[in-house]
Design a protein around this ligand. Structure first.
Ligand SMILES: Nc1ncnc2c1ncn2[C@@H]1O[C@H](COP(=O)(O)OP(=O)(O)OP(=O)(O)O)[C@@H](O)[C@H]1O
Ligand SMILES: [Mg+2]
Length: 474
């Protein structure tokens, strides 16, 4: 990652006995904010990225504590301070907020915190960086991306599981977020979990939560991801990395919709929409015995493939480049054509993520040089070429493959796919009943599902497996 502009904000919380940090964390889940607890009486640790805006959040009890000393060091370096106090404390002259602080009531809502935080972080950063906290654009100009978005919108509001697959950095998480934002439960939680990053042995504690005193250190009860996501969306990223024994546990929760916290005796009902993502070929993992077929079928009720930048073509690369650059720089009206063409002709092995690194680099050059210094901008493309050589990928764009991994469905086919999906849903994914419902034979239904790229359905009963089951996705 190039140094310079970062989209992240550091939020340091100094608190006494309150739970401000926990509530801040909850309100800011899914946003690019690192919430960190700071030691009483100590300045924030050194070694932070100075380009990242920092905001402090201080509870009134700490602010008036001699060990905090009023936090003058924060004011001295121009750090904005959010002062959190119960309303009646705020009226007590001993607890008046210092001149450099902004106030939030102790009963602050997530929306209040976010509004103030992003405003302060923007002010703390150079004016040019302020725009980085604007909503991120989701650019889709090419036909395959537009198809994908319309498909995502179509399936956003149904509770069935979705499996998103695609190469690294293509925007799988953005699609997961879109599915949540367009659903009727969008006001509910969106809990994103990287399955590859769950420490061994802590799967149960993280996913199922624990009761008070369940193990040493479990001082309070804790909700796991399943419960946290209830009423919203659970996004399981890198699902292909889930070890087999964890797959069994996940499958059981999906089947029964109840969980038991570690050390608890009672069951808790959970209700969430599951969206999973992977950059691995899950079908191959099923074939090799590394991924359970029954879980695969349950996850892949709806499958969405996010095309690579190469598959999307030069127009998407140019459009994403411009849109991301506009967020970094106040004015891109004089963006030179050679630069847009250079981007469009480059092959980004790391897809949109790599392209956004190029954007950061270009923005820094533009700001530091005051012009589009070609020599310096070229260096980033040279560096990309070096990386590609190491990774063995050609650096310049290859012609897009004739057909993407999933042929794109026509509008009529998409409408039919939706009709069949609804019928399957209405009949609990039982082929026999669904076929009768649609007035067609089981064989015709099977063929339709295959043509319309509908995965094998939920459950494992023989009725749900079609003829030549293994070849269904080949
Ligand atoms: N269509 C798009 N328009 C603009 N920005 C995008 C688009 N798609 C992805 N991005 C940006 O690219 C970066 C990578 O996206 P995302 O994290 O969703 O990819 P991913 O497929 O989940 O990656 P990984 O496989 O590494 O988990 C993010 O910063 C995201 O905001
Ligand atoms: Mg991801």
């Amino acid at each position: 990652m190039t140094a310079g502009i970062s989209e992240e904000i550091d939020l340091y919380v100094w608190e006494g006995a309150s739970d401000i940090a926990v509530r801040a964390e909850r309100s800011l889940a899914g946003y690019d904010v690192n919430v960190m607890r700071a030691e009483l009486g100590m300045a924030p640790p050194g070694g932070r990225d100075p380009n990242r805006p920092m905001v402090a959040m201080v509870s009134v009890t700490v602010m008036s504590d001699a060990r905090f000393g009023g936090g003058e060091w924060l004011a001295a370096q121009g750090t904005p301070v959010i002062w959190v106090a119960a309303e009646e404390r705020g009226r007590d002259p001993r607890f008046y907020p210092p001149a450099y602080s902004h106030t939030l009531p102790l009963s602050f809502t997530g929306a209040e915190l976010r509004a103030l935080l992003f405003r302060l972080a923007g002010a703390a950063q150079q004016a040019a960086h302020t725009s980085a906290h604007a909503p991120k654009p989701l650019v889709a100009v090419s036909a395959p991306m537009r198809e994908l978005l319309s498909e995502a919108e179509m399936f956003a509001d149904c509770r069935t599981s979705v499996l998103i697959h695609g190469e690294t950095g293509v925007g799988k998480e953005r699609i997961a977020r879109l599915l949540h934002d367009r659903a009727t439960w969008s006001a509910g939680p969106f809990v994103a979990v990287n399955c590859g990053a769950v420490p061994e042995g802590l799967f149960e504690a993280h996913f199922f939560g624990h009761a008070k005193g369940a193990f040493t250190g479990a001082v309070g009860a804790h909700k796991g991801y399943f419960e946290q996501a209830s009423g919203g969306t659970l996004f399981l990223d890198e699902i292909g990395d889930l070890p087999l024994y964890q797959q069994v546990k996940l499958l059981r929760v999906l089947e029964q919709n109840v969980i038991t916290r570690l050390g608890a005796t009672t069951e808790v009902a959970v209700d969430f929409r599951l969206v999973a993502a992977t950059n691995r070929d899950l079908r191959k993992r099923v074939a090799s015995g590394d991924f359970r077929a029954d879980l695969y079928y349950r996850l892949a009720v709806i499958e969405l493939y996010v095309p690579t930048l190469e598959e999307r073509g030069p127009e998407d690369k140019a459009a994403i480049f411009k849109a991301l650059l506009e967020r970094e720089l106040p004015d891109v009206s004089d963006l030179p054509q050679w630069l847009v063409e250079r981007v469009a002709a480059t092959r980004f092995a790391g897809n949109v993520r790599e392209l956004s690194n190029v954007v950061e680099w270009v923005a820094i050059v533009r700001r530091q040089c005051g012009n589009w210094n070609r020599e310096r901008i070229e260096r980033v493309f040279e560096r990309l070429a070096d990386c590609s050589r190491i990774l063995g990928v050609p650096a310049s764009a290859a012609p897009a493959p004739a057909a993407a991994q999933h042929p794109v469905l026509s509008e009529a086919e998409q409408a039919e796919r939706a009709r069949v999906m609804v019928a399957l849903e209405a009949n609990g994914w039982r082929r026999q009943d669904t076929a009768a419902y649609l007035g067609i034979s089981r064989k015709v239904l099977w063929e339709k599902m295959r043509k319309l790229q509908i995965a094998g359905g939920q459950g494992e009963s023989a009725d749900m497996l079609g003829p030549g089951d293994g070849g269904a996705y080949s």
